[in-house]
Design a protein around this ligand. Structure first.
Ligand SMILES: [Zn+2]
Length: 301
């Protein structure tokens, strides 16, 4: 291994050990073409992106119109499908949050709220909503489109304790440089009996195994951590949370497979991706833990 490509000691956020082995290198197919090693903790197997850009400079890896996504007015077929899926998903998420928390209204915090679409859905259903979002342009869209003022990321740490019944992170935890600091905040900010809902891509999925280094949801270096269901449960326990339920995210099997086929430069990526996405989705019907992405429900006691 080239010395300059050897990541320094990394402390595993799940078990605290420092030994790791490199599995393979992943490419930032989405934006820069740079490569990053995928590391596996020698003690617990947790997967980490090696040598990630520091928090101060990682912003440049998000400098794409696509990442914020997501134009706010539909143009063309793909955009229309995207907007339809987003609406269906927001409704499904809202129902899942209410069911998991056992309440139909309450105080909700969404971390990494993007352009505020989910929070707007919740507010319409009677929830008091608060959100944080590091991207300034996304915060601007949330204000203009939904009239929701999102806090910048650091605003989280000055919210008074025990302010929320529910905290949600939709594909966000894997982006945070210091996940342990956030787990402490989940504890501080949730009321007793509160509910934490975390959606994550699943590196133990059927499609991750099939696509290997081309699996689109490695998404290096934006994804710093790659939580399997077992790793997430273990980290949750350290901070006093219990994993009580998990749910499949069926669209992700298809979306991630199509994107992975594109990254492989396969011919007919849409068809191949749909076909493999279908197989991955069907496989996960019997084995939930193999689904491309999962939503985890955790309780704070
Ligand atoms: Zn570990």
């Amino acid at each position: 291994m080239n010395r300059e490509n050897t990541p320094p000691d990394v402390e595993c956020p799940v078990c605290g050990a420092t030994g790791y082995r490199e599995l393979f290198r992943c490419t930032d197919h989405f934006l820069t073409g740079e490569t990053f090693p995928l590391l596996s903790c020698s003690t617990c197997g947790f997967l980490m992106t090696g040598s990630p850009p520091p928090e101060e400079t990682i912003g440049k890896y998000y400098q794409s119109e696509d990442y914020i996504s997501h134009s706010q007015t539909p143009r063309g077929v793909v955009d229309r499908i995207y907007h339809l899926v987003r609406r269906v998903m927001a409704g499904r998420k809202a129902a899942l949050v209410a069911r998991s928390a056992g309440i139909t209204e309450g105080a909700l915090l969404d971390i990494g709220a993007g352009t505020g679409f989910f929070l707007d859905t919740m507010r319409r259903r009677g929830w008091q909503v608060t959100g944080t979002e590091p991207g300034e342009s996304a915060r601007q869209v949330a204000l203009e489109q939904h009239g929701i003022t999102l806090l910048p990321a650091e605003g989280l740490f000055s919210i008074p304790q025990r302010a929320f019944d529910v905290i949600t992170l939709w594909h966000v935890l894997e982006h945070l440089h210091d996940p342990g600091r956030y787990w402490q905040e989940f504890r501080r900010l949730l009321r007793p009996g509160g509910t934490l809902v975390i959606a994550l891509p699943n590196p133990a999925s059927h499609d991750a195994a099939h696509y290997g280094a081309f699996w689109a949801a490695w998404d290096v270096p934006r994804h710093l951590w790659h939580f399997s269901p077992a790793n997430l449960g273990k980290m949750a326990e350290q901070y006093g949370f219990r994993l009580t339920q998990s749910y499949r995210m069926p669209f992700d099997s298809f979306y991630v497979s199509i994107l992975s086929e594109k990254y492989k430069k396969a011919s007919l990526p849409l068809l191949r991706g749909l076909w493999f996405g279908f197989r991955s989705w069907a496989d996960a019907l019997a084995r939930k833990q193999k689904c491309s992405s999962l939503i985890y429900v955790l309780k704070f006691e």
